[in-house]
Ligand binder design. Structure first.
Ligand code: NAD
Length: 253
């Protein structure tokens, strides 16, 4: 347990699955109470159970990241349940369609941008309003290596994740003197449901993804969750506005 996180409160979006669940568990293992936010109630309540099994308090909050009212309420519910909000990992996201840009569907474009980019802005807006009144905090946004370099066939995703990096940098500068540190994590390929779907649930495609990585394997969600928690601790006290690749060397190529 990280003593400094004991008694603190973390909010994690997209916490019903994958990276978000691993992050929520990592915050709990470090001693923080956790608000588990997702549109998926079944998965969200499973995450809460896993945290409660560790002897740590958690609550499920239903909120769609593309709705300002639901995101505002998510922060209010967290504070009314646990009395404070110290850390937020704004992580919920979707991959969108896999088609070339000239064929990309306009409604899908709007949906990807609304969840992946506008959603991160909405989260920060209401989290920061609270943190400003209560002495500060730390925020981590999930971008992607697709927020640092291009990727074919996922134009809205690439645009949204580059947007998250820009938004993170701008926000970090605005609140650097308000004791609020804001960073982005840029994962490479992480073995989650999103990647299983992307690979068409084909183990050979997954193996090819792993082979294509400099490190020769996919990341596990826990490796991303641990980085999110670390960025919120005092070990990372001079880090703000960073877009940190957690990618087995992919963008070093
Ligand atoms: P996942 O599909 O396992 O989890 C995503 C979670 O987000 C799900 O629980 C889903 O219900 C939730 N969600 C989706 N839309 C939502 C909305 N509108 N409001 C609230 N919750 C919503 O995927 P994952 O791989 O864990 O992805 C988590 C984040 O990591 C995403 O932002 C993704 O883009 C990013 N990422 C993933 C990878 C990877 O290889 N898996 C790589 C880089 C970045």
């Amino acid at each position: 347990m990280t003593p400094e996180l004991r008694g603190k409160v973390a909010l994690v979006t997209g916490a019903a699955s994958g990276i978000g669940r691993a992050s929520a568990l990592a915050f709990a293992q470090a001693g923080a109470k956790v608000a588990v936010v997702d549109v998926d109630q079944v998965g969200g309540e499973q995450t809460v159970q896993l945290i409660e099994d560790l002897g740590v308090d958690a609550t499920y909050i239903a909120a769609n990241m593309s709705s300002a009212a639901e995101v505002e309420s998510m922060v209010k519910q967290t504070v009314s349940m646990f009395g404070r909000l110290d850390y937020a990992h704004n992580n919920a996201g979707i991959s969108g369609d896999q088609v070339l840009l000239a064929e990309y569907d306009e409604a899908m474009w709007d949906t990807v941008i609304a969840i992946n980019l506008k959603g991160v802005w909405l989260c920060m807006k209401y989290e920061i309003q609270h943190m400003l009144k209560h002495g500060g905090g730390a925020i981590v946004n999930t971008s992607s290596t697709a927020g640092l370099v291009g990727s074919r066939g996922v134009c809205a995703y690439v645009a949204s994740k580059h947007g998250v990096v820009g938004l993170t940098k701008g926000a970090a500068l605005e609140y650097a003197r308000s004791n609020i540190r804001i960073n982005a994590i840029c994962p490479g390929t992480v073995h989650t449901a999103m990647i299983d779907r992307f690979a068409g649930n084909d183990p050979q495609v997954l193996a090819a993804f792993a082979e294509g990585e400099p490190i020769g394997r996919l990341a596990q969600p826990e490796e991303i969750g641990a980085t999110a928690v670390w960025l919120c601790t005092s070990a990372a006290s001079f880090i703000t506005g960073a877009a940190l690749p957690v990618d087995g060397g992919r963008v070093a190529q």
